[in-house]
Design a protein around this ligand. Structure first.
Ligand code: HEM
Length: 165
């Protein structure tokens, strides 16, 4: 079976070394705390104002302020800052946390489009940092799509013992 990582690389089109280039520079030190708060605020303002109801509805049961904080604390932690997310919520376990949501390839592309626009709207983010983050986001988005698909398949099998892999 193809691993989730392999699927994420194939579907995202991001090369392996580019997907994890965020580990080569400390973007938290480079950009500062407030930049991540601004990025997530800008991103979720766009998500909650999306004119496409199918996408907006994925976030309908989440509180916008909480979603902003969840996201920037994770980004800060992942990009070289203090482990704010884990201190408050435990291991990120992103596939499991996205399980309730329809994380399809279409949803990933729309998420990424909003994030691209948000990245372009925060002046503190220079071109190199932007490229690093875009690759990480794209790879992670498709990693989540692959994880979501895997979980749905497992569930189908559990409900239908006749189902053969
Ligand atoms: C692929 C499309 C994606 C969709 C449709 C999606 C959807 C969601 C939704 C509906 C939530 C709940 C909002 C909340 O209450 O926090 C959420 C949370 C979150 N997402 Fe995503 N997401 C996507 C991609 C990503 C990516 C690429 C990342 C990271 C690079 C990410 C990181 C997170 C984090 C850290 C949380 C907070 C989890 C928690 O605190 O429980 N998501 N996402």
């Amino acid at each position: 079976m193809q691993s989730l990582q392999q699927k994420a690389l194939e579907w995202s089109g991001v090369a392996g070394e580019d997907a994890f280039a965020i580990d080569d520079t400390n973007l938290y030190q480079k950009l500062g705390h407030q930049t991540f708060v601004d990025l997530s605020t800008n991103f979720y303002n766009r998500v909650y104002a999306d004119d496409q109801e199918w996408f907006r509805s994925i976030f309908a049961n989440s509180n916008k302020e909480d979603a902003i904080q969840n996201q920037y604390e994770f980004f800060i932690q992942r990009m070289g800052g203090p482990p704010l997310f884990s201190q408050r919520k435990g291991h990120p376990a992103l596939i499991g946390r996205h399980r309730p949501f329809p994380v399809t390839r279409e949803a990933a592309e729309r998420w990424l489009q909003h994030m691209q626009n948000a990245l372009d709207s925060v002046p503190k983010i220079d071109a190199d940092s932007k490229t690093c983050m875009q690759n990480f986001f794209r790879h992670t988005a498709f990693f989540l799509v692959a994880g979501n698909q895997m979980m749905n398949e497992q569930q189908r099998c559990a409900h239908n013992p006749q189902h053969k892999q």
